[in-house]
Ligand binder design. Structure first.
Ligand SMILES: Cc1cc2nc3c(=O)[nH]c(=O)nc-3n(C[C@H](O)[C@H](O)[C@H](O)COP(=O)(O)OP(=O)(O)OC[C@H]3O[C@@H](n4cnc5c(N)ncnc54)[C@H](O)[C@@H]3O)c2cc1C
Length: 434
C-alpha cells in the first residue's frame, strides 16, 4: 500500500520516522517550521570577522550504544567512522584526576577504568564497584519512584561529585536528586553492557546537520519524497480515519514536534485533550554552550583527549569543555557545556570564561557566542508518566519526550521515530487485512 503519510517536524525523531516509512514503501511529506533540518540538534552558522563559522545549536556527544542513530546514519551514507571521533569513556579533570576506560571488552574496560582512576582512594573504588555489581545483579532495574541520589545513597561524596553527578547531568540534564533512577540505570546498562565499544564517547567532527538530518533529507529527496522547509503546521483535523494537515489530506500523520507543539496540534481534537494535557505538562531544563577562542596556541586539550571534565561550583557552571580544533573546527575553538543551566546568557558566558581561566589556566579567551536552549530536554524525574505514541487511528507521536526507556537524547528521539513509524505501519496493515 503506498499510503501518504505526513511527518510534522524535521528533527532527529521526524527524520528517523520518515526514513523508516519510506523504506516500508510509504509516500512521505515532511513539514519543518525552521529553515533547516535537525531541530534541537542542528548546525548553526555564525558570522565572524574571518568569515562564516559553522557551529551547532549546542555541543552534542553520542555513545557507542546509540546503535539506531549509527545504523540510520550509515543507511543514508554518512561516513560514520570519519564523522564521529571515537574514544573510550573518559572523565578526566585538568589536574589529571578522574578515570579513563581502556579500550577493552566489557566489563573489563569499566573494571580497569575504575580500579585505575586517579585521585580516588581504594575504599572509594571498592564502594563504586560494589554498587555497580549490585545494580547488575538487580538487572539494572529499580523502583520507578527512586531518584539517582536514592540509588547512590551512602556512596562517598567524591564519587558523587566526580562520577555520578557528571554522568547523570550529561545523560539526563538534571541533578541526581531529581533524576529518574530507572532511566539512569537503563542508560548505564546500555553503555556498559551492550557490547564492546558501547561506552565509547563519539564526538561529531562535522556539524550536526551533516551528521544525520541533512543527509537524511538528501536521501529522501532523491527518492521523490516531499520535503517542506519553513512550513509550520497550524491546523490538524480528523476526517474519518484520515487527517488533514493545514487542509491537505493524508492517510496517517506522525507528530514529530517538541511536546508543546504536539500538545497544541493534538489539542485541536476534543478526544485528544488528555494526551495533549500530558504533553503540555512536561517541564524542561536548559543547556548552554559557550563557544570561545583561546588566546594562545598552548591553550589546547591534547589531540587524543579532546574533551575534559570540569568541576562545576557556585559561579563556575560548566561540566565539560570540548576542543573543537581537534573535531573539525579551527584551532583554539572551545565549546563549554553547561547542563541544567539556570543563569542568564551574559552571566553564563562571564562565569565560564572565569572558570576556564581558573581551572585550565586559559586566560584571555575571546567569547564567540553563547547558545542557550531553554527547552533543551524534558526533566526526566522519578516516576514521570510520559505521553504515549498512539493518539488515535492514523495519528501517532514521536520525539525524545514520548514514552520510552531513554531520557531526552538523540538515540531516544531516533528510537521513538522508528517505533512510531513501525507501529503506524503495522496498524495500517492490520486495517487493510480486515
Ligand atoms: C543544547 C543541547 C545539547 C544536547 N546535548 C545532547 C547530547 O550531548 N547527546 C544527546 O544524545 N542528546 C543531546 N541533546 C538532546 C537532543 O538534541 C534531543 O533529544 C533531540 O534532538 C530531540 O529530537 P526530536 O526530533 O525529538 O525533537 P526536535 O529536535 O525538537 O525536533 C522537532 C522539530 O519540529 C519542528 N516543529 C515544531 N513545531 C512545528 C510545526 N508546527 N510544524 C512543523 N515543524 C515543527 C521543530 O522546528 C523541530 O525541528 C541536547 C539538546 C540540546 C538542546
Amino acid at each position: 500500500m503506498n499510503a501518504r503519510v505526513a511527518v510534522i517536524g524535521g528533527g532527529w525523531a521526524g527524520m528517523a520516522a520518515a526514513l523508516t516509512l519510506a523504506l516500508a514503501g510509504r509516500q512521505v511529506t515532511i513539514y519543518e517550521s525552521a529553515r533547516q533540518w535537525g531541530g534541537r540538534a542542528r548546525a548553526l552558522t555564525l558570522d565572524t570577522p574571518e568569515g562564516p563559522l559553522t557551529l551547532d545549536n549546542g555541543q552534542h556527544i553520542l555513545i557507542g550504544a546509540y546503535s539506531d542513530c549509527l545504523a540510520l546514519m550509515r543507511g543514508v551514507g554518512v561516513p560514520v567512522d570519519q564523522a564521529l571521533a571515537r574514544l573510550p569513556m573518559t572523565l578526566r579533570y585538568a589536574d589529571g584526576t578522574g578515570l579513563a576506560f581502556p579500550d577493552w571488552a566489557p566489563p573489563f574496560d569499566a573494571l580497569a577504568g575504575i580500579l585505575g582512576a586517579h585521585g580516588w582512594s581504594w575504599r572509594e573504588k571498592q564502594a563504586l564497584l560494589a554498587r555497580a555489581a549490585r545494580w547488575r545483579l538487580q538487572g539494572f532495574r529499580c523502583d520507578d519512584a527512586a531518584s539517582v541520589a536514592d540509588l547512590c545513597a551512602s556512596l562517598p561524596q567524591k564519587l558523587m561529585d566526580e562520577f555520578i553527578a557528571p554522568l547523570c547531568v550529561s545523560a539526563l540534564n538534571t541533578p541526581p536528586e531529581i533524576s529518574s533512577g530507572a532511566v539512569f540505570l537503563r542508560v548505564l546498562r546500555d553503555a556498559l553492557f551492550s557490547g564492546r565499544g558501547g561506552s565509547h564517547f563519539l564526538l561529531p567532527t562535522c556539524d550536526l546537520g551533516q551528521l544525520f538530518p541533512q543527509a537524511a533529507a538528501d536521501w529522501l529527496q532523491a527518492r521523490g519524497h516531499a520535503l517542506r522547509l519553513g512550513a509550520r503546521v497550524e491546523a490538524l483535523q480528523a476526517e474519518g480515519h484520515a487527517w488533514r494537515v493545514d487542509g491537505e489530506r493524508f492517510d496517517a500523520v506522525l507528530l514529530a514536534t517538541p511536546s508543546s507543539e504536539a500538545a497544541r496540534l493534538a489539542g485541536q481534537t476534543d478526544s485528544l485533550r488528555a494526551w495533549s494535557g500530558s504533553a503540555a505538562a512536561l517541564t524542561h531544563t536548559a543547556i548552554a554552550t559557550v563557544y570561545a577562542r583561546t588566546a594562545l596556541p598552548e591553550q589546547r586539550l591534547p589531540a587524543a583527549l579532546p574533551l575534559m571534565a570540569l568541576r562545576p561550583a557556585a559561579g563556575a557552571p560548566a561540566q565539560f569543555v570540548f576542543d573543537r580544533g581537534h573535531l573539525g573546527g579551527p584551532a583554539g575553538l572551545m565549546a563549554f557545556v553547561v547542563s541544567a543551566s539556570v543563569a542568564s546568557r551574559a552571566d553564563t558566558q562571564a562565569q565560564v570564561l572565569a572558570q576556564a581561566a581558573r581551572e585550565l589556566g586559559w586566560h584571555g579567551m575571546q567569547p564567540l557566542t553563547t547558545v542557550i536552549d531553554k527547552r533543551a530536554t524534558f526533566a526526566c524525574t522519578p516516576g514521570l508518566q510520559r505521553p504515549g505514541q498512539a493518539l488515535a487511528p492514523g495519528l501517532w507521536a514521536c520525539g525524545d519526550y514520548v514514552d520510552g526507556p531513554y531520557p531526552a537524547t538523540l538515540e531516544g528521539a531516533v528510537r521513538s521515530g522508528m517505533a512510531a513509524a513501525r507501529a503506524l505501519e503495522s496498524a495500517g496493515q492490520s486495517r487493510a487485512a480486515r
